[in-house]
Design a protein around this ligand. Structure first.
Ligand SMILES: [Zn+2]
Length: 182
């Protein structure tokens, strides 16, 4: 009975804050922060870096909660929103808009979760480096993780999603990304 309740709680938590999954961004605590390290390696395809802006970048989460789970982060290793420069703040939001449109175009989700976990207590896997999660949602998708717990399936799926999104990005105009109010 206790277990059932616990599972139910976890499911509810995943529904409103799916990025709090223990599968995401874990296991790197002793190593250098991957959000600093990956962009420096200049292996964008291998690291699933989708887009480099002036002050922020977009990458696929390699431990996705759902297909197309993206992370947007400033290049600078800063821990919280109030530390963002004006340029970073603007670009973070602009990239969010662009990525939502891109995901709509390519993966056709029915909804999104966008969010940040600030501090380890709030569930941040990399607590020192601010990042925004964009998780596309489809109805009935809450059982995605168990299905893709096989790492081979995950990496094939990541490669495929990366290629599709990269291609979609090339064909996307600025107007389309930011709507008519830009
Ligand atoms: Zn960092």
């Amino acid at each position: 009975m206790l277990n059932l309740n616990h599972e139910k709680e976890e499911e509810v938590e995943r529904l409103w804050a799916p990025w709090r999954s223990k599968y995401i961004l874990c296991g790197n605590k002793e190593k250098e922060c991957f959000l600093c390290q990956k962009p420096r390696e200049n292996k964008d395809e291998e690291n699933y870096i989708l887009l480099r802006g002036k002050s922020c970048l977009v990458m696929l989460n390699v431990f996705p909660y759902n297909n197309g789970h993206l992370l947007i982060a400033p290049y600078r290793h800063i821990a919280s929103v109030e530390e963002l420069s004006e340029e970073e703040r603007i670009e973070l939001m602009e990239l969010s808009s662009r990525m939502v449109v891109l995901l709509k175009n390519i993966l056709h989700p029915q909804g999104f979760n966008l969010g940040m976990n600030i501090g380890a207590v709030a569930g941040a896997g990399v607590a020192g480096h601010l990042h925004l999660h964009i998780v596309p949602r489809w109805s009935g998708d809450t059982n995605f993780m168990p299905v893709l717990s096989d790492s081979k399936v995950i990496s094939e799926s990541l490669d495929d999603t990366y290629r599709k999104l990269k291609k979609g990005l090339e064909g996307m105009s600025k107007d389309e990304a930011f709507g008519e109010n830009s």
